[in-house]
Ligand binder design. Structure first.
Ligand SMILES: NC(=O)c1ccc[n+]([C@@H]2O[C@H](COP(=O)([O-])OP(=O)(O)OC[C@H]3O[C@@H](n4cnc5c(N)ncnc54)[C@H](OP(=O)(O)O)[C@@H]3O)[C@@H](O)[C@H]2O)c1
Length: 280
């Protein structure tokens, strides 16, 4: 049984590939990557895997039994087609099972909702593919809030529109472990899991950052319109709109859901005390 992971040049794909190798199930692990040179450090076989190139995908999936599809980064309508290229290539190559990394968030009413809808369309495409399948809906990565610490220090605060809303954060290594189990164990077939740890408010997140890094940040809630304008000025139209939509979803409770992480990974999600202690 050979397992392949797409977007192995990216942080999530690499984390899943590493977790599969560490799980040591006996199955060879192959990485697919649009930029194979960026995945060379994983120490596994890497094959070309551009979501825009159906023939290349079909050839690279030769001999693969199980496939992990990492959701793409393109605009929603483009993304659906890219994912269909991967699903079709998998079916043609004789792949038996496909596992997809989807996302949580408000399905309507925010500027992030078109991306959520595109992920839901791929979930439906996978359910209807005729292959065995499993889907994980990822919580929000916590790593960017650690990576942005210097920016937060300049502002003296984390500022966004989440207000008192709770957010089900996760980390890429934790997701990697959940997906390694979902790929190698048949009991997850036909399941759609919400994958995140204990939901946190922004004030709780600031508390963790302050205790871990000795900072003195505060949390400042912004109105949605003001935050949208701020993010677009910082990140540009596409990304700024997406990020503002994510925080609107957090504000509205869309990211405050019960977690299925333990059912997927066979153990509870890492606690935030343990996650931040390891960074200190
Ligand atoms: N849950 C969250 O908080 C959250 C946040 C951000 C994104 N996401 C989603 O999670 C996914 C993975 O996140 P990440 O942290 O691994 O992002 P990342 O480190 O930026 O990696 C993105 C990966 O997508 C690959 N990719 C983009 N377009 C592709 C294409 N046309 N064909 C093949 N590969 C393509 C990139 O390949 P190259 O190396 O060639 O560029 C890279 O490997 C993202 O793509 C996005 O859908 C989730």
């Amino acid at each position: 049984m050979t397992i392949a992971v797409t977007a192995a040049s990216g942080q999530l794909g690499a984390a899943i590939a590493r977790a599969l190798v560490a799980l040591d199930s006996g199955a060879p692990v192959i990485g697919l990557a649009r930029s194979p040179e960026k995945a060379a450090g994983l120490g596994i076989e890497i094959r070309p895997g551009d979501y825009d190139d159906p023939d290349q995908l079909r050839a690279s999936l030769d001999g693969v039994d199980r496939l992990l599809l990492v959701s793409g980064m393109a605009a929603p309508d483009v993304r659906i087609g890219q994912h269909r290229n991967v699903i079709n290539a998998a079916r043609e190559a004789g792949v038996k099972k496909i596992v997809y990394t989807s996302v949580q968030g408000a399905e309507s009413g925010t500027s992030f909702s078109p991306i959520i809808q595109s992920n839901r369309q791929t979930e439906a495409d996978i359910r209807e593919s005729g292959l065995d399948w499993a889907v994980g809906r990822n919580g929000i990565y916590i790593e960017p809030d650690v990576d942005y610490l210097e920016s937060y220090k300049k502002l003296g605060a984390i500022m966004n529109s989440a207000g008192t809303g709770r957010c089900g954060y996760t980390s890429r290594p934790e997701l990697g472990i959940a997906y390694a189990h979902m790929l190698t164990e048949a009991k997850h077939d036909g399941q759609t899991y919400l994958l995140h740890g204990e939901p946190l408010t922004q004030t709780e997140l600031v508390g963790y950052l302050n205790r871990t890094f000795g900072t003195d940040l505060t949390y400042r809630a912004m109105a949605q319109d003001a935050f949208l304008g701020f993010e677009i000025s910082e990140l540009g139209e596409f990304l700024g709109t997406v990020i503002a939509g994510i925080y609107q979803g957090i504000h509205d409770g869309a990211l405050d859901q019960p977690s299925d992480f333990e059912a997927a990974a066979g153990r509870p999600h890492q606690s935030w005390d343990d996650y931040f202690s390891a960074l200190a």
